[in-house]
Design a protein around this ligand. Sequence first.
Ligand SMILES: NC(=O)c1ccc[n+]([C@@H]2O[C@H](COP(=O)([O-])OP(=O)(O)OC[C@H]3O[C@@H](n4cnc5c(N)ncnc54)[C@H](OP(=O)(O)O)[C@@H]3O)[C@@H](O)[C@H]2O)c1
Length: 296
Amino acid sequence: MKVVLVTGSNSGFGLNGALAFARNGYRVYAAMRDQSKGNLLRRLASDEGLEIRTETLDTSQPSTFVECINRINSESGGIDVVVNNAGISRAGVLEDTSEETLRTVMETNYFGPVLLSKTLLPSMRERRTGHIIMVSSLSGLAGLPCDFSYTSSKFALEGATEAMRHEVDRWGIKVSLVEAGMYATNLLGERKDGEESIFPHYYDKESPYRDLMEYKWRRTKDRLPDAFDPKVVGDLFVKIANSSGKRFRWTADPVAKNVVSELHGHDDISRDHYLRKISDTDWWSEGKALPTELEG
Ligand SMILES: NC(=O)c1ccc[n+]([C@@H]2O[C@H](COP(=O)([O-])OP(=O)(O)OC[C@H]3O[C@@H](n4cnc5c(N)ncnc54)[C@H](OP(=O)(O)O)[C@@H]3O)[C@@H](O)[C@H]2O)c1
């Protein structure tokens, strides 16, 4: 039985991934930073008669990784697949983002997955097998405004993942990257509590970027009903883990597929044009006033 470790398993992609792996015969270690948030996963697993083991793992605390991995190794003889899924998003432009936030997002979205993979690599190399799956985002391919810290962390993750893939293939270790469009998860946490709270910090402050953030918020809200079901990504994790590993970048939905194909087929000038088109922020770059109507 193959052993999989999924980080950030108490909600969204991670929760759906843990369930999908269990349904497909994997021995699942569902990691989360706070066990008390794991009740939904435990309940859903028990409803389906699935066995899922939970582990405590905070991806921003690399000093705790070895202990968790040793525990799994001694219980199950090694980890075959890791899904580096845990992540956070903090909306905001660079000028409005604190150094602390920049570092927290980088610790969670970049250093966490990279250092967890680094900790796992020696045993994967020794066993000449293993699969590292990194969960990126279209924000890791496109530098769009308003998500500065998140975009930076996912770009870094993309580069690290691509480099790692070519470093470890010699030992039969597979490395894959997941690109996804917009899904109905807790990533923007406050979304479900009401419209004013999507970008809460912008409602109390005088920011020179307030119009841009407000427009971005309105646009996000307008598109929320079209958000995809995270179950799709959970199932995709299993498909990737069962694959030969030849394919590097996996797109979860038609939006991701479209953006990836557009971005890989453009020179820099047309790429700029395309990015502004998909973020619908030409008006901002051209110094125009906040549009009253959404476009595109
Ligand atoms: N939803 C989307 O539209 C979308 C699109 C592209 C990519 N992604 C990526 O998909 C991944 C999963 O996000 P999601 O959409 O499923 O959002 P989610 O429902 O918010 O899930 C994120 C998970 O990561 C966990 N997490 C955050 N910081 C952590 C830490 N330091 N240590 C351990 N766990 C931590 C969260 O735990 P807590 O509950 O404790 O915070 C939660 O379980 C992220 O990497 C995200 O960037 C999402």
